[in-house]
Design a protein around this ligand. Structure first.
Ligand code: CUA
Length: 172
């Protein structure tokens, strides 16, 4: 069988490209330990509702014994539980998010909160919300707090667009 030299060359180039990209994946996984963002903490996603931390009654915002404010959220197709959380601005907060099904993305408008939520892992974000930046884009409430939306920003299925919630930020 005769293969045209030009065709041979392009076949070699495309094989080289595939090899390079495959090699990069292996390299980043092994040498750079690329892992789900923010936190390497495994959890059994199929039994999320049975874990003490992500059971329904434990979700939402709590002040831990050491004083840190921790918000626990479950992102599932196609909702965010709880639908609304209230967090203070100007103090360090911790967001802990898990999913029982597929990959979701968490984004809170007006803040730097943005993480993938990968099944099998707990995604954790440590941040301090700047009240001025949420006030610029959020809706001001009668009590002086500001409401900003929370979105799923990773396509997760046919109900992806209905995965949203509210974050009420209280001034310091
Ligand atoms: Cu969850 Cu898109």
């Amino acid at each position: 069988m005769h293969i045209h030299p030009l065709e041979k060359r392009w076949a070699a180039i495309s094989l080289l490209l595939v090899g390079t990209l495959g090699g990069l994946i292996v390299y980043t996984a092994v040498a750079m330990s690329i892992h789900p963002p923010s936190n390497v903490e495994a959890i059994d996603s199929t039994r999320l509702h049975l874990t003490p931390e992500f059971s329904e009654e434990n979700l939402g915002v709590k002040r831990e014994k050491d004083g840190t404010v921790v918000a626990r959220v479950v992102m599932a197709r196609f909702m965010v539980v709880p639908h609304e959380i209230t967090v203070p601005a100007g103090v360090p907060i911790v967001l802990r998010v898990a999913t029982p099904d597929v990959v979701h993305g968490l984004h809170v408008a007006g803040t730097n909160i943005g993480t993938q939520v990968v099944p099998g892992y707990v995604s954790q974000v440590r941040t301090t919300i700047d009240f001025a930046s949420v006030a610029r884009i959020g809706v001001r409430n009668a009590d002086g707090s500001v409401t900003v939306p929370l979105f799923c920003n990773e396509f997760c299925g046919l109900g992806h667009q209905s995965m949203w919630g509210r974050v009420i930020v209280t001034p310091k």
